[in-house]
Design a binder for this molecule. Structure first.
Ligand code: AMP
Ligand code: MG
Length: 418
């Protein structure tokens, strides 16, 4: 069991003095530098560890292949084989996967051998069965064949003792195959990060309830809880609170004892009804990051009884973008993972856009016929566009005049593990 590290420092979100608008990359660099792992670890059977984060390097117990073996069904003998026609007497018996062939194959003789079988003593080369004429007790074929043809060397894939998976990696199904092949049955992984989700606002009501005039349904909470689950965290539903400082304080007190991180949405600006920022400011640990980002600002970051709070904007479009761009890598690092950089790729735009300099922009986007389409409206209230999209277009901080066919950076939602 690794020890749980001490809580993060209260000043961990402070920004350098004099900064006005913080560029996205600077904000990310600060989070990366200031946040550390907050969870301890446990040992798990490999079969249950997919999606978990490795707490220690995984070292191969065994080489893969463990023994030299054949890559094809055919006949094995000692190589190399010169050009020309060859007839070799066939030994009785065969070598098959999982069954060691007893005895050796003398030089100048051949043995029937099946894919995956360890090479018997005396065999280092295999010919495909399709290239052979089979007689009663011999085989005929044409050379040449290099020594080692159609075989796999011991350890050519994985060497015993090598690090096959590094600490901090999120285990994929393919990683389980690799670890299993290398003889690993147990892995040391971090306990999943528990992330609380709290919605704030007098106007919110719960899905399933009748909405009064002026009320809106809480759309952020179902979205954020589902996002967190897909990202491999443990979502904890902290419900909704009205815009009341005492109610909010009480809820945060309870939550801080239950979770490792809190995501709130709404009330994060400096407005009259922005009780989240007001309360966090009162607690002394609030940092309001004015990030040069559209959609997104403001983002409030604070510590509440040692638990970091990401105060997301209330607007669902901005809440999603801020979660993907900032909260996702930050939470990953607190969960013990390596810093996550979503991998995008450059594709031709199916749209035109004039972009102002001075801020990063993310547009709701998807790819059709190899081109990136963006949602018909950039209106940040358009939740339908979030659902329409399958990813985001990332427009760099500078100004740009994008014409159809110009390359733009597309980041699929899948790059965020969605
Ligand atoms: P706020 O940050 O509280 O000023 O909220 C910004 C906008 O987002 C307002 O129009 C809110 O009504 C809306 N909003 C806040 N929270 C939610 C939520 N949980 N679901 C849907 N819309 C929300
Ligand atoms: Mg509000």
């Amino acid at each position: 069991m690794t020890l749980t590290p001490p809580p993060l420092r209260n000043d961990c979100f402070s920004l350098p003095a004099g900064v006005d608008w913080t560029p996205v990359d600077e904000a990310l660099a600060l989070l990366r530098e200031r946040l550390q792992r907050v969870v301890s670890s446990e040992e798990l059977p490999l079969t249950t560890a997919a999606g978990r984060i490795l707490a220690a390097d995984v070292i191969a117990n065994r080489s893969n292949p463990a023994l030299p073996n054949t890559a094809v069904d055919g006949y094995g003998f000692a190589g190399p084989i010169a050009e020309g026609t060859h007839v070799l007497p066939l030994m009785p018996g065969r070598a098959a996967a999982g069954l060691a062939y007893e005895g050796a194959v003398p030089a100048g003789q051949a043995i029937r051998i099946l894919t995956g079988a360890a090479l018997p003593d005396g065999v280092d080369t295999v010919i495909l069965e399709e290239d052979v004429t089979l007689g009663a007790a011999e085989i005929a074929f044409h050379g040449p064949l290099k020594r080692g043809a159609n075989t796999r060397e011991a350890g050519e894939d994985v060497t015993s003792g090598a690090v096959i998976l590094p600490a901090g990696r999120v285990l994929t199904p393919a990683d389980l195959a690799l670890a299993a092949a290398a003889g690993i049955s147990q892995v040391q992984v971090y306990l999943p990060l528990r992330v609380g989700v709290l919605s704030t606002g007098d106007e919110l009501c719960e899905v399933g309830e009748a909405a009064a005039a002026g009320q809106i349904y809480d759309a952020n909470r179902p979205m954020l809880l589902a996002l967190l689950r897909q990202m491999g965290f443990v979502p904890v539903d902290l419900g909704r609170v009205v815009d009341d400082r005492d109610a909010l304080r009480a809820r945060l007190d309870t939550a801080a004892a239950q979770v490792d991180v809190i995501l709130t949405s709404g009330g994060a600006s400096a407005g009259d009804e922005d009780h989240v920022s007001a309360l966090l400011r009162e607690s002394g640990a609030l940092q309001e990051w004015r990030i040069a980002l559209k959609p997104g600002r403001p983002l409030a970051l604070a510590m509440w009884q040692g638990v970091p709070i990401f105060g997301l904007p209330g607007n669902p479009v901005a809440a999603l973008v801020c979660t993907l761009i900032f909260a996702r890598p930050a939470m990953g690092q607190m969960a013990g993972a390596n810093w996550h950089q979503p991998q995008g790729f450059d594709l031709p735009a199916a749209f035109a856009k004039h972009k102002k300099p001075g801020r990063r922009e993310y547009l709701r986007a998807r790819v059709r016929q190899g081109q990136v389409e963006v949602f018909k409206s950039e209106g940040s209230g358009r939740i339908s566009g979030l659902s329409w999209a399958e990813g985001l277009v990332e427009l760099a901080d500078g100004g740009a005049q994008i014409q159809p066919g110009d390359l733009v950076r597309y980041i699929p939602y899948s790059a965020f593990n969605l």
